[in-house]
Design a protein around this ligand. Structure first.
Ligand code: HEM
Length: 410
């Protein structure tokens, strides 16, 4: 609930406040009254679709926090000199992204389709006699984690070690000021441990290549060049974290939206083809990545404000997705909407590299939920949320169901 007394300059602090986590959208609506608004701490929050889109495609905006006098994330302030390529700018970003795209191909993703189906089936079957499940713990978290580990070549038995590391590291995507000192230290420690693990893994794959992305990247026989050792490790870490922390929220937010809108759930049960636009609509309506931060490389006049060079900018993607100037009836969950060009995966040079994999996993999981679960219901609404504001999603999503059928979805 937005308090009327909060001035526009304090609204982003309110977004970061954990009490707003279950529903930050009314605060975003207030922020959109001023498309580019300077907050009390000097951050510029951009909340309207048009202005976010302009900045996502503006070369005067940097993703490299080393160019900022006041880096937004704690991790990059203390991390090694080689940030992962999501935190770099052209021309380096262009080169690195190209090398990784050559290995992270649509064919490689599509080859995982059967395995994803089998994993979803096994995870659901394990709950068959329970009549209840936690969407997060039982399916939405284990699925993407198994798949990213398999894709990269991380042995399954080592996966539990990544859970804690990854979760501590993504906390630092929220602005530094909103983290405790302990959280910053945990993130730094996790980063060091994950780095050491990845070094060993890459070394093992160099000696004995396997059929996985790590071996391909280590081999480095791409005609466009090879990744340095430091870039290789930073890339492996980035992909692993992205695979742990985002798709879980897409699957969970999808189930939450569907169970809050039983008429849409019924439609999906009757017409499984709607699963594809449903996932797209969740990416707009309740996106796993709510905002990204950038630094200005020049003074940028925008919507009546000049963001000064070196300024910290928050691009509020989830708010752009609810901008009534861009989307008809933006607060309605409406999978059949037309013209749904959302910011769920960002836009421009840094557009999500994992989008095809995330879509595939979410579509398969949602199809299984909607076709196999009879009479699903939410136990707690709103569910408890994790503390992250940028990568926002429920910590648990308990549901009950009458019956799990054996419908064949192959
Ligand atoms: C539902 C799941 C996902 C969502 C919502 C999501 C969202 C995003 C967004 C919004 C960006 C843009 C960041 C920016 O502009 O600064 C991004 C970039 C990126 N994502 Fe994802 N992502 C998801 C899943 C994945 C997965 C599964 C992977 C890989 C395994 C992945 C890898 C990446 C990478 C490498 C980038 C950086 C691209 C670049 O800087 O060129 N993402 N993602």
């Amino acid at each position: 609930m937005v308090q009327a007394r909060v001035t526009p300059k304090k609204l982003f602090a309110q977004v970061l406040d954990p009490v707003s986590r279950a529903n930050p959208y009314p605060i975003y609506a207030r922020l959109r009254e001023i498309p580019v608004s300077e907050q009390e701490d000097g951050t510029y929050v951009v909340s309207t679709y048009r202005e976010i889109n302009l900045l996502l495609h503006d070369p005067r905006i940097s993703s490299d926090e080393r160019k900022s006098a006041r880096p937004a994330s704690a991790l990059t302030a203390t991390a090694a000199a080689t940030p992962p390529f999501i935190f770099t700018d052209p021309p380096l970003h262009t080169q690195l992204r190209r090398l990784i795209r050559h290995q992270f191909t649509p064919q490689r993703i599509l080859a995982l389709q059967e395995q994803i189906k089998q994993e979803v089936k096994a995870l659901l079957d394990a709950r068959k006699h329970q009549h209840q499940l936690d969407v997060v713990q039982d399916i939405a978290y284990p699925l993407p984690v198994m798949i990213i580990c398999q894709l990269l070549g991380v042995p399954r038995e080592d996966e539990p070690r990544f859970r804690g590391w990854s979760s501590a590291m993504v906390r630092t995507l929220d602005p530094t000021e909103s983290l405790s000192e302990t959280e910053v230290q945990q993130a730094e420690q996790s980063r060091t441990q994950m780095h050491a693990y990845m070094q060993q893994l890459c070394e093992a794959r160099r000696m004995q290549p396997q059929d996985d992305l790590c071996s391909e990247l280590v081999a480095g026989d791409d005609p466009d060049g090879r990744l340095s050792e430091a870039d290789l490790l930073a890339t492996m870490e980035l992909l692993l974290i992205a695979g742990h922390e985002t798709t879980v929220n897409l699957i969970t937010n999808s189930m939450l939206a569907l169970l809050r809108h039983p008429e849409v759930f019924d439609q999906l049960q009757r017409n499984p083809a709607l699963v594809i636009p449903t996932v797209e609509e969740v990416l707009r309506y309740d996106p796993p990545v709510q905002f990204r931060t950038r630094t200005t490389l020049a003074d940028i006049p925008l919507a009546g404000v000049t963001i000064p060079q070196g300024g910290r900018v928050v691009l509020l993607l989830a708010s752009g997705n609810h901008d009534p100037a861009r989307f008809v009836d933006p607060d309605r969950f409406w999978p059949e909407r037309k013209d749904n060009e959302h910011f769920g995966f960002g836009s421009g040079d840094h557009y999500c590299l994992g989008a095809p994999l995330a879509r595939l996993e979410a579509v398969i999981a949602l199809k299984a939920f909607s076709q196999r679960l009879d009479g699903p219901r939410l136990v707690t609404d709103p569910p408890p949320y994790r503390s992250n504001a940028a990568l926002r999603g429920p910590e648990h999503l308990q549901i009950t169901f009458e019956h799990l059928n054996n419908k064949d979805l192959s």
